[in-house]
Design a protein around this ligand. Structure first.
Ligand code: CTP
Length: 421
């Protein structure tokens, strides 16, 4: 794909706040914490997992307890915390915990832990659990950048990957010690780890391995060097769709205008654009291989007929000299370039006659699904974290959904897409 990946380890972005919680409901997660300063972030990860509905068993290594206490995790998860391999009443903890776990995550993983895990040590509870589990394992290393770059550490990480463990590259950014500056060694943000765990836990559906192109956010049409024409779209709905499709195993390209929300630092292909014409070009470039196109963006329908090279001056009460011309309708323009069987999904934001207008757009733009929402409803549409939509398809009655978080709306739209694939 002709895109810049919002790749792990390459992003300094923090929290987007948009992560689906679907795959964690009632799942058993074993969270292993080793002795790094990043362990303060593990408390937040435990919190996120618990909030997402997981039952979280926390195992602390001896050195982790130097950094963070078991009471913190006990309070956050509502469950006992484990750290003893050999002791009265604990003889079989490593087997019980390993068997119960549906996924195991070690965050942070120190250089020392990577070495011991790579070589199969079992001299404390966490590494014994690692040897005893059949569940998928994700490891989020955190250390000084020179330690991470050390050839032995790299060899240990490579060896763990060869053993089938998912080892996340550490993030790039300021490191813990004020003398160290920035480098690659930060533990990935808890939200990023949560998103990757979600992808590991998600059962394989029809979107797995498919290519999906999602557009998101507004476009901007320049008027002069200081002004532009745009709309109130923030990109939240498109980002929620992209993240949920990625979690389901799809290869996702996100063609986005200037958004108010950050793309999560997961494996999305980010293709930033500015104008509707640039978005149209990017969509055309991605279309040939796409299995699904979801146009969640709000491209500006008009642009100034001429872009002034100099700032347009006020003219003392005279009408502003701005003439508009219509932009290309991107969705309609893709009709000839769609590969056979490709699904096209549009959105319709209306102030009046919602269903009539949406049905007309479904037909006119040659869509398989259209997601209609009203611009007049509070808590729905641009900027809000929730949306109330009605999904129209080529056959079947319109399906009105209740007011839901956009993350959940995204999953329900993807369910309909999977049903059609
Ligand atoms: N869309 C598009 N190209 C445009 C404008 C919109 O592809 N230039 C897409 C949107 O991404 C959305 C769908 O078309 O999926 C409907 O957008 P909407 O703004 O509701 O409708 P318009 O076609 O622009 O019609 P109108 O503004 O007249 O309601």
């Amino acid at each position: 794909m002709s895109c810049r990946a919002a790749a792990l380890g390459a992003s300094k972005r923090g929290r987007s706040g948009i992560h689906s919680v679907r795959p964690f409901d009632g799942r058993r997660v074993l969270l292993g914490v080793t002795g790094g300063i990043a362990s303060y972030k593990s408390a937040w990860l435990a919190r996120l997992l618990t909030q997402a509905g997981a039952q979280v068993d926390v195992v602390l290594t001896r050195s982790a307890r130097e950094f963070i206490g078991s009471s913190t995790f006990e309070a956050l998860t509502g469950r006992p915390v484990y750290s003893v391999l050999i002791g009265d009443g604990h003889a079989l903890d490593h087997l019980k915990l390993a068997r119960a776990a549906e996924v195991m995550v070690i965050a942070p993983a120190t250089a020392d832990f990577l070495a011991r895990a790579a070589h199969g040590h079992a001299d404390e509870l966490l590494s014994a659990c690692l040897l005893a589990t059949d569940a998928p394992v994700m490891i989020a290393p955190a250390m000084n950048d020179r330690m991470w770059a050390n050839p032995q550490v790299q060899a240990n990480a490579a060896s763990l990957r060869k053993q089938g463990r998912v080892v996340l590259d550490p993030g790039i950014g300021p490191l813990a010690s004020p003398d160290e500056g920035a480098g690659q060694g930060r533990m990935q943000e808890p939200e990023t780890i949560l998103a990757h765990l979600g992808r590991l836990l998600e059962p394989r559906g029809k979107l797995y391995g498919r290519r999906i192109v999602v557009t998101a956010g507004p476009t901007r049409e320049p008027l002069d060097p200081v002004r532009y024409l745009s709309n109130h779209s923030t990109g939240k709905m498109g980002v929620a769709l992209a993240a949920a499709a990625w979690r389901r195993g799809a290869e996702v390209a996100v063609i986005h205008g200037p958004m108010a929300v950050a793309l999560p630092a997961i494996g999305l292909c980010a293709i930033p654009v500015e104008t509707t014409s640039e978005m149209a070009d990017a969509v055309r470039a991605e279309l040939g291989l796409a299995d699904v196109l979801v146009m969640a963006a709000a491209p500006a329908d008009f642009r100034p007929a001429a872009v002034s090279g100099a700032k347009i001056k006020k003219r003392l009460g005279a009408p502003a000299p701005i003439e508009l011309t219509e932009n290309l309708d991107i969705l309609s323009s893709t009709r000839d370039g769609r590969k056979p069987g490709m699904l096209a999904v549009g959105f319709a934001l209306e102030t009046d006659d919602l269903l009539v207008n949406a049905a007309r757009k479904l037909e006119k733009k040659g869509l398989d699904l259209i997601v209609a929402n009203s611009a007049r409803e509070a808590g729905a549409g641009f900027g809000s974290d929730t949306n109330r939509v009605t999904i129209l398809s080529r056959d079947g009655a319109p399906e009105a959904l209740p007011l839901l978080p956009k993350t959940e709306v995204a999953d329900l739209i993807l369910d309909r897409i999977e049903a059609l694939l």
